[in-house]
Design a protein around this ligand. Structure first.
Ligand code: LLP
Length: 422
């Protein structure tokens, strides 16, 4: 469920007509719905309520301070992967004891920063990392709480670039050797292994990987406890898929049905690191058509959002629904609906890979008309760049009939600001 609806053929976010937002803030523009963000967080919290989880919003997905703060106000902690994200989480008011620190390549400076601020848990991914954390903890006279991130070696389940639990990817500790590794650190006075961490991949559209992960995790936790580790946290990561096309995703309750019994059996505190589930369908990207043209047997709609604003289509061949802001959206965006023509929706960037949608049936649109690219709240702005000298888009948060700019549009001056004057 989200709060983006067509009323009298005009797309609204809550009570605000999207054309009014485009007029006021310009395009390309990211528009987020506060109510949808809150609703999605609540859905997760209620689905897993039986085990009172710590939901750590994965701020890599969309770390805007206002969105992160909304999550924190809703009771969430944060999952961070770098000093920059840690800084952001703290700035948004996240209590440090609700922050989990993930990432395969934490630097010494990042580890120190995490200690200085008292983060709850390090998700550890290699022997080298554990040594570094232990060394730094000794130097600072501290004891680190860590969760071992294990790669449970499951069958492929999502796009190869975002599948994190198959053999041969860089993530986690190898499930075949994790126990040997864990044995070596039982007596380390500066590192307490208190948890198990898994992030299976993203997005995941079935419960099966979680079922398999839980089964493997339960066995591992038993063995880690036999070694003397007092395991009391189980971090299942994120990965819950969303509807990009139609109704392909599962509700939070479906994942809870598979995960909760395993957690109860383990006696652990459940940590979750969802990102996409919360913010993916809480945001869309609004753009304006600049030109249309026919070339090489194709009809191109050239609009002012590009791969630098939303790189998912070209990076992962991802499908995002695209439709005019003024019009009547079809039930199914994947078919040739009456009155539509086949288009490539592209941007101004100098790459053939610069597109938001390919071979898509849209009503004819012309110069100046607005388009909405849906499900763009997750890994949209977060992965945006300044490629081709393009200032990044503005972001606006809508709440009922109100709207607030939460990130101003970048300017040409912003583009050169960090460069040394010549
Ligand atoms: N925890 C860890 C350790 C992760 O690596 C990730 C995502 C998450 C949690 C959050 O996963 P989510 O709940 O959002 O699925 N850029 C790609 C997705 C990359 C995912 C990276 N890790 C995309 O646009 O599809």
């Amino acid at each position: 469920m989200d709060h983006f609806t067509y009323k009298n053929r005009i797309l609204h976010c809550d009570d605000v007509p999207v054309p009014a937002l485009a007029e006021k803030y310009g395009t390309p523009l990211y528009v987020y719905s506060k109510k949808t963000l809150q609703h999605h967080l609540k859905q997760l919290q209620s689905a897993f309520a039986a085990v009172n989880p710590l939901v750590c919003y994965s701020i890599k997905t969309n770390g805007n301070l206002h969105i992160t703060k909304l999550m924190v106000e809703g009771g969430a902690g944060c999952d961070v992967t770098s000093a920059g994200e840690l800084y952001r989480a703290l700035k948004a008011g996240c209590p440090a004891d609700k922050i989990v620190f993930a990432g395969a390549g934490k630097t010494d400076a990042e580890i120190r920063m995490a200690f200085d601020n008292g983060v709850f848990l390090f998700n550890v991914e290699s022997e080298g990392e554990l040594d570094a954390i232990a060394d730094i903890a000794r130097g600072m006279n501290r004891v680190a709480q860590v969760a071992l991130r294990v790669n449970p070696d499951l069958p492929p389940k999502t796009h190869a670039k975002t599948d994190t639990s198959v053999k041969g990817v860089k993530f986690g500790l190898d499930i075949d050797t994790v126990l040997e590794f864990a044995q070596k650190v039982v007596k380390n006075p500066h590192v307490k292994v208190v948890g198990l961490h898994m992030h299976l991949g993203s997005p995941i559209l079935s419960t099966e990987p979680y079922r398999l992960g839980i089964a493997k995790g339960l066995m591992l936790i038993d063995k880690l406890r036999d070694q003397g580790h007092k395991i009391n946290v189980w971090n299942m990561g994120g990965g819950f898929g969303i509807n990009y096309k139609k109704n392909e995703a599962l509700p939070a309750t479906a994942f809870a049905e598979v995960i909760v019994p395993g957690i109860q059996k383990s006696g652990c505190k459940l940590v979750l690191e969802p990102g996409r589930f919360i913010v993916g369908n809480a945001g869309l990207l609004v753009s304006r058509v600049i030109y249309t043209k026919d070339s090489g047997g194709k009809h191109f709609v050239i609009q002012d959002a590009a791969m630098n604003d939303l790189i998912r289509p070209t990076l992962y061949d991802s499908f995002h629904r695209v439709w005019p802001v003024v019009g009547s959206p079809p039930e199914d965006f994947q078919i040739e609906n009456p009155g539509t023509i086949k288009c490539d929706v592209v941007g101004p960037v100098c790459e053939s890979g610069d597109f938001l949608a390919k071979d898509r049936y849209l009503p004819p649109v012309g110069r100046g008309e607005l388009l909405a690219t849906f499900s763009a709240g997750a890994y949209g702005m977060a992965m945006a760049s300044n490629y081709n000298g393009r200032p990044r888009a503005a972001e606006v948060l809508v709440d009922g009939g109100e709207h607030h700019l939460i990130r101003r549009r970048e300017t040409n001056e912003d583009l050169i600001r960090p460069e040394i004057e010549c």
